[in-house]
Design a binder for this molecule. Structure first.
Ligand SMILES: NC(=O)c1ccc[n+]([C@@H]2O[C@H](COP(=O)([O-])OP(=O)(O)OC[C@H]3O[C@@H](n4cnc5c(N)ncnc54)[C@H](O)[C@@H]3O)[C@@H](O)[C@H]2O)c1
Length: 254
């Protein structure tokens, strides 16, 4: 019960990495707000947590909207009394070169992957500062926030921004006792990766290539990301802030 009595808002928690983190945080004692744009899958995540004896609430949230981020945080405060953990995890990809990327596609990636973090963190920081135990933030960036990949310039730019935002906030709030870190998954077996592969000319070959390109010869799992996320937001990491932690099976060591 490494998050006993803690509360958490997790965005993008209906699928993939966010879903695994919501389940893991709840299993470790956290009361969780599941914030996602997908009502059906998001409610199912909250229901599954409650069915196992945990506490969770689903809040329909489009993280592109400032007010939605604030409502998810307010729901955590109203229902659970505090905001101990803000985990901005929702993200979208854009597997295209820059000249093929439309204004709308660029806006979507930057709104979800960058502006949502700014909105949520800006709202949460004064709330955490007013709490005796302060709090912890985590942003899901990516290995592509550390090293670039082909055909994804907008996505890489957005994840690089997420890494540096975590570091910048970590510095500004270190003295206040609010920790801010970034999780940098490598290639993880989630619905996002399935959609990414489907956008390739030969999806089956693309899927094979993802595993083959890994030093460990396999994809990562959402549960492996959840283990790392759990540690970063827990009291086991109280001297860890401003870190961009790769969960990538050695990919960024190459
Ligand atoms: N899967 C990978 O290989 C991988 C690698 C590196 C980083 N990441 C990052 O990890 C995070 C989670 O990715 P995933 O693989 O679990 O993706 P996923 O697509 O499986 O899940 C993403 C979740 O975010 C939600 N979401 C998307 N847009 C939203 C919006 N506007 N408002 C609220 N929720 C929204 C989706 O509904 C979904 O539940 C993302 O930030 C992604 O960029 C994933």
């Amino acid at each position: 019960m490494r998050l006993r009595d803690k509360t958490a808002v997790i965005t993008g928690a209906a699928l993939g990495i966010g879903r695994a983190c919501a389940a893991r945080f709840a299993a470790e004692g956290a009361r969780v707000v599941v914030a996602d744009i997908r009502p059906e899958e998001g409610q199912a995540v909250a229901d599954a947590i409650e069915a196992k004896g945990g506490e969770a609430l689903f809040v329909e949230t489009d993280v592109r909207k400032r007010a939605d981020n604030e409502r998810a945080i307010d729901t955590c405060l109203d229902a659970f009394g505090r905001l101990d953990i803000l985990f901005c995890n929702a993200g979208v990809t854009l597997p295209k070169r820059l000249p093929e990327s439309s204004d709308e596609e660029i806006d979507r990636v930057l709104d979800v992957n960058v502006k949502a973090l700014l909105y949520a963190a800006r709202y949460a920081l004064p709330i955490m500062e007013d709490q005796p135990d302060r709090g912890a933030m985590l942003f899901t960036a990516s290995k592509t926030g550390l090293v670039a990949q082909k055909n994804s310039p907008v996505y890489c730019a957005s994840k690089g921004a997420a890494v540096l935002l975590a570091k910048a906030l970590a510095l500004d709030y270190a003295e206040a006792g609010i920790r801010v870190n970034a999780l940098c998954p490598g290639i993880i077996d989630t619905p996002m990766l399935e959609r990414f592969a489907e956008a390739m000319p030969d999806p089956a070959a693309a899927w094979q290539a993802y595993s083959a390109a890994q030093p460990m010869g396999r994809l990562g799992t959402p549960e492996e990301c959840a283990d790392a996320a759990l540690w970063l937001v827990s009291n086991e990491a109280t001297f860890v802030t401003g870190v961009a932690l790769p969960i990538d099976g050695g990919f960024t060591a190459m």
